[in-house]
Write a protein that binds this ligand. Sequence first.
Ligand code: 1HN
Length: 352
Amino acid sequence: MTSTDVPTTDERAYADMAELSAAPLWRQYGELMPAQPVSRARPHLWPYARLRPVAMHFSRALSLAEAERRVLMMVNPGLTDPPATVPTLFAGIQIVMPGETARAHRHTANAFRFIIEGDGAVTTVNGEQLAMRPGDLLLTPGWHWHDHAHQGHSPMMWLDGLDYPLVNNLNAGFFELYQAPVQPVANPDEASSRQFRHGRLNPAWRAPSTEHPGVSPVGSYPWEETERALATITEAGTVAGSAAEGILLEYSNPWTGGPVLPTIACRIARLRAGFAGVPRQHTASTIYHVVSGSGSTTVGEQRLDWNEHDTFCVPGWARYAHQVAAQGDATLFSYTDEPVLRVLGLYREQWL
Ligand code: 1HN
């Protein structure tokens, strides 16, 4: 029954509101305007030693043609529907077997791969073919065609990072298949990426893309260069680095000096044996992947013990601190939505 009469009871008034898709702010004010951010994401760790056998099973049980991408999603227990790893970002383990091709497609979500194991696979991104070796960071920025092919001999595994949770929340998710299973290779030798590899010298005849603002023109950041940078900085033993993250380096967009993707900053950190990070919190959410070594990260009340190739997340505004045992150095790859928060004036951090 619809009525334009003033309701005579609270019960009737609340029922009318529900029927009208309206709601009383006074019953939800604290939840909507928390004194501090409360993330629905939980601190969580995904152990590689447990995920790898599952990936191996599906490498036999499920063809790539059926799967589009054979990816084990790392779904945060607090973010299951729709699945995400932290509110803005996604992490997954992808497996491609020798002889397989993951067909060409593109999506508006930005993505990267961080290679875990295997050799002999390539990813082609807008015509540029990029080698995939353990520790390499490969970018597949939004709306760039990409396909993966594996001509090597052992299973190829990598970490996929995407911002689709953010992009879909902004209602800006588009996806398209290429008209053929693979795209033509225009640059077989990473020609585009190599123009920027000098670091401090950019090709002056080129200009940043206006079509893809904030996107690094470098397709691949090879491990060899990353390791050399870490070694150069750490060898003298005189650089302390960040009190929270150790020797933390950010992969940079050579045009801007800023993050490699408009929504995602990618970083690599070397934490020396015995490192005990100063606890802090920031509004950015972070996903970590253990390149080597082991240690633990205290997040709120929880302790996440990590080993090689594990992935774990630290939700925004959670208090966290890393610890590394006395036995050996650890290397942590990480990615964060910090660029989004910064550009919107929402980045805050606090040392504890
Ligand atoms: C995707 O398209 C890829 O292109 C990897 O390799 C992981 C996870 C969720 C949605 C799309 C890829 C993905 C993905």
